[in-house]
Design a protein around this ligand. Structure first.
Ligand code: ADP
Ligand code: MG
Length: 259
């Protein structure tokens, strides 16, 4: 079976007039169809750079990326991207924001509009469809961003810290909603987070990156009992705490304040 994502020997150097920054070096991993994988590591270790290469927004300096068995040469509708900030347009209603991706891909039809309304309904947002983004809470806005991302029906979702600006309770609710939705729709996902609990509670596998330059340090398989529990209940399992300690040690307990 072809991998959903295949990253082979990927290195990226940012070149500006002042300097060259080796952001990530010689990274290899693949993600299976329908798998949920998290990428964790301290800030500046190259997580966003890796996601941008998988999304085709920047090209690797060396190595290659494949999505769905095809080399990535630029942005594609096979990949959906969700960020920490929702980037909803304030002058568009929730419904019109949800269509945005379909509109720029020239795929807005009565049928795709209808399936977008169904997604809004699944996210509990249908009755807010005529509202504007400023009238919604942060968690609701991220749900709209998820609808907009799913509306174009991508095979792969790239999630770059989508929960990190939310309060703890909203974050737990959204983790649960996102995981249930992506599993039900059999989507493949790669989540970037600096929250180890979130990575353990949501993922099938966790990739830990080393900083300066970003290299793949270790891969953890998440045990079945955690994977089959909801992100909220997973946090109460004994195996969760065991894995948390292991992942923490891999980080060396390092915090931003030490660097
Ligand atoms: P993370 O998402 O893990 O915080 P990034 O991928 O954003 O890390 O950054 C990795 C490294 O590349 C950092 O040293 C950062 O300063 C550098 N970097 C990121 N984007 C750019 C850019 N556009 N130009 C130059 N350097 C960059
Ligand atoms: Mg980042």
């Amino acid at each position: 079976m072809t991998s959903a994502v295949k990253v082979t020997g990927v290195t990226h150097v940012y070149v500006t007039e002042e300097r060259a920054t080796l952001a990530v070096q010689d990274i290899d991993f693949s993600i299976g169809q329908g798998e949920f994988v998290s990428l964790i590591g301290p800030s500046g270790c190259g997580k966003t750079t890796l996601l941008s290469m998988i999304a085709g927004l920047i090209l690797p300096t060396a190595g290659g990326v494949e999505v769905g068995g095809e080399p990535v040469r630029g942005p594609s509708s096979k990949v959906g991207y969700m960020l920490q900030q929702d980037y909803l347009f304030p002058w568009r209603t929730i419904e019109a924001n949800s269509w945005f991706g379909l509109e720029i891909e020239g795929r807005l039809t009565p049928e795709t509009k209808q399936s977008t309304l169904e997604l809004l309904d699944e996210m509990g947002l249908l009755r807010f469809k005529d509202y504007y983004p400023t009238q919604l809470s942060g968690g609701m806005r991220q749900r709209v961003a998820l609808v907009r991302t799913l509306a174009t029906d991508p095979e792969l979702l790239l999630l770059d810290e989508p929960f990190s600006a939310l309060d703890y309770q909203t974050k737990l609710q959204l983790e649960d909603l996102v995981l249930r939705t992506l599993r039900a729709k059999k989507k493949t996902a790669l989540l970037v987070t600096h929250d180890m609990s979130e990575a353990i509670a949501m993922s099938d596998r966790i990739l830990v990156l080393d900083p300066n330059p970003g290299r793949l340090r270790r891969v953890f398989d998440v045990p079945a009992d955690i994977r089959s529990a909801s992100p909220l209940l997973a946090r109460e399992l004994p195996s969760f705490h065991g894995l948390f300690r292991e992942v923490w040690q891999e980080f060396g307990g390092e915090s931003d304040a030490d660097r």
